[in-house]
Design a protein around this ligand. Structure first.
Ligand code: SAM
Length: 310
């Protein structure tokens, strides 16, 4: 929505607590999303030697949602965890187009498949694009094309999505699915480094001409992507940034690796940035069926973070 999101990866409705994305609105509208706190976070954190845990450990992480916050600090609202069963329920309420299902299944056997946004996240991205009436969109970090195809499918025929990806091999899969879905004419595939492509769009006189952007590439470049996108996206447009919670690490003061520090710093900058309105939204990325049995929800997510450390 990762990660990480208008409310892009969100079922704002169903997940309000569980994962995170931020929507920023102001002169421009920017949405930041990301993967958030997971149902089994205590297990992952234990394995990763992190410091915090939920206040109400779940006796059966696979089945029962548990209360993670329920006091005055949270307005006496009862926030519950997301469990695999609950997440399956959410997924069973996603209208995933058949072509996206096929792409998801083909990608599942590929290296890095866990990087793909989940069906509910893609549905949210598509809905944001529709609400916005977007005609010109940008995606940074295409991989095999799941999120970009979800967006392209809802764009009108005259619209355009600039899809930026540095990895030629995964782009081949994306292009194949744009063809199969009959949306190739709407997707302008750019093979290269995302920041360079954005700079070339600006030099090409395309400032303020985009309605929507989804950022899902190199996390440490988010600040630079954001500044470039502020030039390219029109006032009242939307920018969605994935993985702003970085699998919960941003909230842990004991986690200070370069990527976490960078994302934490970016989130702080956005929070203080008067140019935009914001909303951070929690979402979840699906684990993969081929993970070892002992791996949990959040361990799968932890692996995702490694996979995108590129
Ligand atoms: C998280 S994946 C994108 C997933 C995709 N949005 C989807 O839903 O399937 C991140 C992608 O960004 C690409 N990437 C990373 N750094 C990049 C850069 N500097 N420029 C362009 N692409 C980059 C990676 O090759 C990878 O395919």
């Amino acid at each position: 929505m990762a990660s990480n999101s208008v409310l892009y990866r969100c079922s704002l409705l169903s997940y309000q607590y569980t994962s995170a994305a931020t929507i920023i609105v102001g002169r421009r509208t920017v949405a930041i999303s990301g993967n958030g706190f997971r149902a089994c976070k205590p297990i992952r954190l234990a394995r990763n030697c992190c410091s915090y845990s939920c206040s109400y450990p779940n006796p059966n992480p696979n089945d029962s949602a548990f209360v993670v916050a329920n006091d005055e600090k949270y307005g006496n609202k009862q926030n519950i965890s997301l469990t695999p069963r609950l997440y399956d329920y959410i997924l069973s309420n996603v209208r995933e187009p058949e072509i996206l299902r096929q792409l998801r299944e083909e990608t599942a056997s590929m290296r890095g498949s866990q990087m793909q946004v989940s069906p509910d996240q893609a549905q949210l991205l598509a809905m944001l694009v529709q609400i916005l009436g977007a005609k010109r969109c940008i995606e940074l970090g295409v991989y095999t094309g799941y999120s970009s195809l979800a967006v392209a499918l809802v764009l009108p025929d005259s619209a355009c999505l600039v899809a930026c990806e540095r990895d030629a091999k995964s782009l081949e899969v994306a292009k194949k699915y744009y063809e199969l879905a009959g949306v190739s004419h709407k997707v302008d595939v750019k093979h290269g480094m995302a920041a360079d492509i954005l700079k070339s769009l600006i030099l090409n006189g395309e400032s303020c001409s985009y309605d929507f952007a989804f950022v899902d590439a190199e996390k440490r470049m988010n600040q630079e992507y954001f500044e470039l996108l502020l030039q390219l996206v029109r006032v009242d447009g939307v920018i969605v940034i994935d993985n702003v919670l970085w699998h919960g690490k941003v909230a842990d003061p004991l986690v200070n690796d370069a990527k976490t520090v960078s994302i934490r710093s970016f989130n702080k900058n956005i929070m203080e940035d008067p140019r935009v309105s914001i909303s951070m939204v929690s979402t979840y990325r699906r684990w993969h069926d081929n993970l070892p049995e002992e791996m949990t929800f959040s361990q799968a997510d932890s692996d995702f973070s490694k996979a995108v450390t590129d």
